[in-house]
Write a protein that binds this ligand. Sequence first.
Ligand code: ATP
Ligand SMILES: Nc1ccn([C@@H]2O[C@H](COP(=O)(O)O)[C@@H](O)[C@H]2O)c(=O)n1
Ligand code: MG
Length: 262
Amino acid sequence: MWRRVALLSPMISSSSSRSLTLNQAAFGLKVGESFATDAVNPEERDLPPKEKAPFITFVLGGPGSGKGTQCEKIVETFGLQHLSAGDLLRREIAMNTKNGDMILNLIKDGKIVPSEVTVKLIQRELESSDSRKFLIDGFPRTEENRVAFERIIRADPDVVLFFDCPEEEMVTRVLNRNQGRIDDNITTMKKRLKIFNGLNRPVIDYYKNKGKLYTINAVGTVDDIFQQHVLPIFSSFEQLKKESRHVIQKSTIGSSLVENSS
Ligand SMILES: Nc1ncnc2c1ncn2[C@@H]1O[C@H](COP(=O)(O)OP(=O)(O)OP(=O)(O)O)[C@@H](O)[C@H]1O
Ligand SMILES: Nc1ccn([C@@H]2O[C@H](COP(=O)(O)O)[C@@H](O)[C@H]2O)c(=O)n1
Ligand SMILES: [Mg+2]
């Protein structure tokens, strides 16, 4: 399904400054056309609507805030496909690809890998997947990441989660993680926190202003965070709820727990 949608993108003029969302692309609209106002090519008018765009969630938060841990629980309950940008980059290192060394050096130093590289890795996963709903974890980390995703994938997220965690808690968690990650040391952690505060915060603000951001208090037990904050958000999306593998007990979003600035 996704493959057909993605194949539409070469048909869309890359020289246009007007961005085309994946929803538009999925419905066969070209740059300069919109759902509401512009006429569809007469030859296409009577064709059935093209396939629906996938449901995309961006998962943001500082290093060690619990993104990956909560993503696992979301996958278990709602069956979204989890794409961790960090894991995709680490896989390039492990597979010794042409970008492997460059990525290793940047990750070691807590720096951000060029957006084009990361977005292309995400694109490959999206295009080869049969899933229609994705959790993209640890992305976008910078405004440049965000713009590159919009340019290359031509999609916007439906939901953005931000796991909000105090720095000292994040440091404790990362230093105790014990997964052999080359960047889980205090020197690199300090750099990652600096990058998070300098480059990731503007992205968080961007989605807050767009009314797409859910800020989640990431302090507490893994289960409590999921049950009290994460689960109600996803339960509120009807389609996901229908497809979930477990019975959902709560169906409202606790306003004291979840911030959505819309
Ligand atoms: N609510 C929690 N309370 C205590 N420890 C937690 C909690 N959530 C996750 N952890 C632990 O903290 C560590 C970091 O969690 P996780 O890997 O999910 O963070 P992350 O946000 O994905 O970090 P990174 O950006 O570095 O990949 C892991 O060892 C995990 O088991
Ligand atoms: N969008 C991204 C995501 C990650 N990186 C690099 O990978 C490191 C680890 O990421 P985690 O999400 O697993 O913590 C991160 O510190 C960056 O070096 C990136 O460049 N761009
Ligand atoms: Mg992670």
